[in-house]
Write a protein that binds this ligand. Sequence first.
Ligand code: BGC
Length: 434
Amino acid sequence: MTTAPIPRFPDGFLWGVSTSAHQIEGAADEREPSVWDAFTAEPGRVKDGSTAAVACDHYHRHREDVALLAGLGVAAYRFSVSWPRVRSPRGLDFYDRLVDDLCAAGVRPVPTLFHWDLPLGLDWLRRDTAERFAEYVSVVAGRLGDRVRKWITLNEPAEHTLLGHALGTHAPGRRLLFDALPVAHHQLLAHGLAVRALRAAGATDIGIANSHGPTWAASEDGADVAAAEFYDVLLNRLFADPLLLGTYPAGLGELMPGDVEADLSVIAEPLDWYGVNYYAPARVGAPRDTETDFSGVRMPAELPFSLREIEGRPVTDFGWPVVPEGLTELLTAFRDRYGDRLPPVVVTENGCAYDGLDDQDRIAYLDGHIRALHDALTAGVDVRGYFVWSLLDNFEWAEGYARRFGLVHVDFTTLARTPKASYRWFRDVLRAQR
Ligand code: BGC
């Protein structure tokens, strides 16, 4: 790992950390159920058989977590508002307190309005879920909008579509393959309606957190190149083109439900900034004729591509390759692809799964990615912020508690929080930027 100081970022650059409600809050009996509660109750769905009923118990310990944020010295905290909690009596009171405590600690609250915990009974295959979402967003904005300036509509509609509805490894556990496309459309519509609802409530700083990554062809062979281009369409273009260009990539609009042209004018409501979650690039080849297992996700043979290992790189505990320059490549490619249509970019998630309190490998990962982000700035990309995933070890979806992404260790028996070496390292990086 290089020891040279991290280069200086522009004044006002927004440094933060991210979490999500279902992964940290616990207090599941003090809210309505979500699709994730139903999913984790099914045997075999979560690898260690765990649930998020308690998780980090952040709901009851949020003061301690706000103190950890203040000690870290971040300017902003990205958390998510749980829609099922807002539907329950006094649910919004919790976010009211959290936002007050963050403001008192000098940490800017950046709520995400949907991070996969859909209220049980709602369904993204149905169009009216988008309308219900906009109503809920109006309620949240009405309550928190006097103190919250920066809003995020959705987290990673791509992963929620792919893992939750196409492959079935996340809630709600459907394996619809390409029949899952309406789920993407309805989430994008929900985003556009939410932007309108937020603007109606006076918000002026609205973004989304989309997962993106470079897609590299496994070889120069035409079949591999075509498969990689297709994967780029699915992961990158399908979720960015409608927002930034007001169109679907060729061939996909026809597969979407409803009056797609009219919906696209809602989906393309101008954004104030564009959030990118980046973890690793994908190496993509032609389809394989049998099912494959990729980083714990079963990939059916019917898919028109297959994912391959990226060799010669260190990997995280998740098996994901560590490729910092992939972040520079991604952001410069987005700038080239979308030009003036791309608003300022914020990296809304970046991080890695490693065990241990002396987590030098996490420090190396973050160090490399922050430098790569600075390279994107130097190359002329208008980057305005960077958020580490995550503040705390937490409920890592289908992996349960086995994958630890936190700057702060959580003992899931005692719920004790212990800052890791990476927490102190990031605190020092932030101090040097002041
Ligand atoms: C999600 C997080 C998740 C992280 C690591 C992102 O896809 O937004 O909820 O914990 O990746 O898997």
